[in-house]
Design a protein around this ligand. Structure first.
Ligand code: G3P
Length: 222
C-alpha cells in the first residue's frame, strides 16, 4: 500500500521586496526552524536568490519557472539541468504571472519528467485544468487569477470549483495531484483546502509579508 504523501505547502516568494535580494535568505532562514511532520513545506525563491538559499538552508526548493531547454545555446533561458545542479527539486510552471503557451509547456513538462524534476503547473480555470491534465504533471495548482494577492481565499470563494477540479484531475490524470492557491492566508484556509479534496496549497503574499513569517507559517500549520 503506497504511503499517503503529506499535503504540500508551497510558499512562492515571487519577487516581493521582503523576499528579494539579501532579504531572501533572511526570510528563508525564518522558515527553516519549522519542524512540521504533517506537511511538506517547499519554498520557491526568485531566480537570483535560489542558489544561495538552496546552498545555505535545508529547505526543499522549487523554482518559479523553467524553460523548455536543455543545456546549450539558449541565451537567457532557465535550464532544468542547471536548476538540478544547484539543488533545486522542482518547478512551478505557467503561473498566471508567467504564462507559457501550451505547446511549450508540454515540452517543458516532458523534459522535467525525463529528469525526474517535480512539476507544479498552474491553471486559472476549469477549462485550463482540462488542457493541463493532458500533460499529466505531478501537481496541478488551481489559482483563479482574480483572487491572487488578495485576502479572499480561493477556498472561501470557489469551494465548488475546487471540488470539480479535484474530480477533473482524478478522471483525466489520476497520478496528478490538485493543489489550490490565491488568497490563502490562514489555518482555516489550509484546512478547508484539504477538506475540499486538494492535496495542498500555494501561498504567495501572506508569508513573506507577515510581521513574523516563521511564526505566521507555524500558526497556519497547527
Ligand atoms: O503561487 C501562489 C500565488 O500566486 C498565490 O498568491 O498572494 O494570493 O497567496 P497569494
Amino acid at each position: 500500500m503506497k504511503k499517503a504523501s503529506k499535503p504540500l505547502v508551497l510558499i512562492n516568494f515571487k519577487t516581493y521586496k521582503e523576499a528579494a535580494g539579501k532579504k531572501a535568505l533572511f526570510l528563508a532562514k525564518q522558515l527553516v526552524g519549522i519542524k512540521e511532520n504533517r506537511y511538506e513545506i517547499i519554498v520557491a525563491p526568485s531566480l537570483l536568490t535560489i542558489k544561495e538559499i538552496a546552498e545555505r538552508t535545508k529547505l526543499k526548493i522549487f523554482s518559479q519557472h523553467a524553460d523548455n531547454v536543455t543545456l546549450g545555446a539558449h541565451t537567457g533561458s532557465i535550464s532544468i539541468e542547471e536548476l538540478i545542479s544547484i539543488g533545486v527539486k522542482g518547478t512551478i510552471l505557467n503561473h498566471s504571472e508567467k504564462k507559457i503557451p501550451l505547446h511549450l509547456l508540454k515540452e517543458t513538462v516532458e523534459i522535467c519528467k525525463n529528469k525526474k524534476f517535480t512539476t507544479v503547473v498552474c491553471a486559472s480555470t476549469l477549462s485550463e485544468i482540462k488542457k493541463i491534465a493532458g500533460l499529466c504533471p505531478d501537481y496541478i495548482a488551481y489559482e483563479p487569477k482574480e483572487l491572487i494577492g488578495g485576502n479572499i481565499s480561493v477556498t472561501q470563494s470557489k469551494p465548488e470549483i475546487i471540488i470539480k477540479a479535484v474530480e477533473l484531475v482524478k478522471n483525466l490524470c489520476p497520478k496528478a495531484k490538485l493543489l489550490c492557491g490565491a488568497g490563502v492566508h490562514s489555518k482555516e484556509d489550509l484546512g478547508q483546502a484539504l477538506l475540499l479534496g486538494s492535496e495542498g496549497v500555494l501561498i504567495g503574499h501572506a508569508v513573506p509579508k507577515a510581521k513574523n513569517p516563521g511564526k505566521f507559517l507555524k500558526e497556519m500549520l497547527i
